[in-house]
Design a protein around this ligand. Structure first.
Ligand code: S3P
Length: 446
């Protein structure tokens, strides 16, 4: 693939009214559940990024008829829980951890064997977190010795054992994998998590008429359960805009003088809104307007204006609720007066890149005092601290976009290497960031 560099000019005032593309997590799940449902599911606002398209292609490979995507519209001819067919070749998950881990749960319940492969970044990410619970359910999964892709899944033909599983880490992908495998199990399957994570799987299953109970246990712990052997009924899904994509624009507006931006129709699921709480704690001028609900998910317009930010100790209970937003939150912390401390976020080390190390390196390269710690980061911020620099994205879309936003407060051009990966979650990022007032060019490096 060509090396696309982003060349970011410093400065810019962020203004306008924009809509960012559909939510990645909900887009993945709309295809999965639409395929497993009985009847025709229609989707609007589907994210046409490489990750969600990898999920869509996988279900086509398993014989599901899918029309689109066209302008975010997708139609899925559901085949029911027993209707998937053995794919003729290994299924390519690209860069997408969500596709891989959720599919593993579904594939464990099929009556065929298949293989999942992925790109260089995905092939380094841990899969033991899903093979462990699936093995307890009686499934046979074979990974590389290091517990990574390629992964062969020998389906158990719907004869999985129901389990009551306690997740060792707060992960919506692992929780969803267990619950989706539970559809094919012989009783009640439960997934208990140490802290609440995004609950789109539970909400969408309920929306497809499949009952999932979700209970708060003591402290932060949550437990979701379902009975195997039911059925999903097709429906319409309107995918809200992705708060994780909106986050880049929220921070861009929060840290550049005179900015005033509205981001419309953003998903406000309370398991995803940690970014809003954290920015507010830092002193951001952020209002939520026009609150309403689309298909079981709350949405609102985010109105954000420039205000001086201050450093904070990020409350640990917000970590799982903002897990994908830390790259750009580190950029907010770099612009904030004083110290920002993040703890309890070791999961960041196993994302598309090691987001603690890679962001510390990126911020250090532009002159920010950012010290990585085993489970977080300490950033001594201040609006004047950023210089020019050259940065590596390490195959990680959110690093490319976060460091682009860092360019606003730089003193000279920032060059970010390897930015084609932005297509995984946000194909129109460059157009939108220029539209609202930054100056960023994509060039093919020699
Ligand atoms: C996701 C869960 C999160 C998140 C990822 C999407 C999902 O991963 O980082 O981008 O859609 O379930 P983890 O479950 O690994 O935290």
């Amino acid at each position: 693939m060509a090396n696309i560099q982003f060349k970011v000019q410093p400065g810019g005032t962020i203004k306008g009214r924009i809509r960012v593309p559909g939510d990645k997590s909900i887009s993945h799940r709309s295809i999965m559940m639409g395929a497993l449902a009985e009847g025709t599911t229609t989707v609007t606002g589907f994210l046409e990024g490489a990750d969600a398209l990898a999920t869509l292609q996988a279900f086509r490979d398993m014989g599901v008829e899918i029309q689109g995507p066209e302008n975010g519209n997708v139609t899925i001819q559901g085949v029911g829980l027993r209707g998937l067919k053995k794919p003729s070749k290994p299924m390519d998950m690209g860069n997408s951890g969500t596709s891989t881990r959720l599919l593993a749960g579904i594939l464990a319940g099929q009556d065929f064997e298949c293989e999942l492969i992925g790109d260089a970044s995905l092939s380094k990410r841990p899969m033991k977190r899903v093979t462990d619970p699936l093995a307890l359910m009686g499934a046979e999964l074979i990974t590389s010795e290091g517990g990574t892709l390629p992964m062969t899944i020998k389906g158990k033909g719907g004869n999985l054992k129901a389990i009551d599983y306690t997740l060792p880490m707060a992960s919506a992908q692992v929780k969803s994998c267990v619950l989706l495998a539970g559809l094919f199990a012989d009783g009640k399957t439960c997934a208990e998590e140490p802290a609440p994570t995004r609950d789109h799987t539970e909400r969408m299953l309920n929306g497809f008429g499949y009952e999932v109970s979700s209970n708060k246990l003591n402290g932060q712990r949550m437990k979701a359960c379902l009975q195997g052997g039911g059925r999903l009924t097709a429906r319409h899904i309107d995918v809200p805009s992705d708060i994780s994509s909106a986050a880049f624009f929220m921070v861009a507006a929060a840290v550049s003088k005179d900015s005033d931006l509205v981001i419309e129709h953003v998903g406000m699921n309370p398991t995803r809104t940690g970014i809003i709480d954290i920015l507010k704690l830092m002193g951001a001028d952020l209002q939520l307007e026009n609150f309403h609900e689309v298909g079981g998910e709350p949405v609102a317009d985010v109105h954000i204006k420039y205000a001086p930010l201050k450093g904070i100790h990020i409350p640990e209970e917000l970590v799982a609720l903002a897990i994908d937003e830390f790259p750009v939150l580190f950029v907010a912390a770099a612009a904030a007066e004083g110290q920002t401390v993040l703890t309890g976020a070791e999961e960041l080390r196993v994302k598309e890149s090691d987001r603690i190390q890679v962001m510390a390196d990126g911020l250090n390269a532009v002159g920010v005092d950012a010290q990585p710690t085993p489970d977080g980061m300490i950033i001594n911020g201040g609006a004047q601290s950023q210089q020019s620099g050259e940065i590596q994205s390490h195959h990680d879309h959110r690093i490319s976009m976060a460091m682009t936003v860092a360019g606003i407060n730089a003193t000279d051009e920032i060059v970010i290497d390897d930015c084609a990966n932005v297509n995984t979650s946000f194909p129109i990022f460059l157009d939108l960031i220029n539209e609202v007032g930054m100056s960023v060019k994509a060039v093919e490096a020699e």
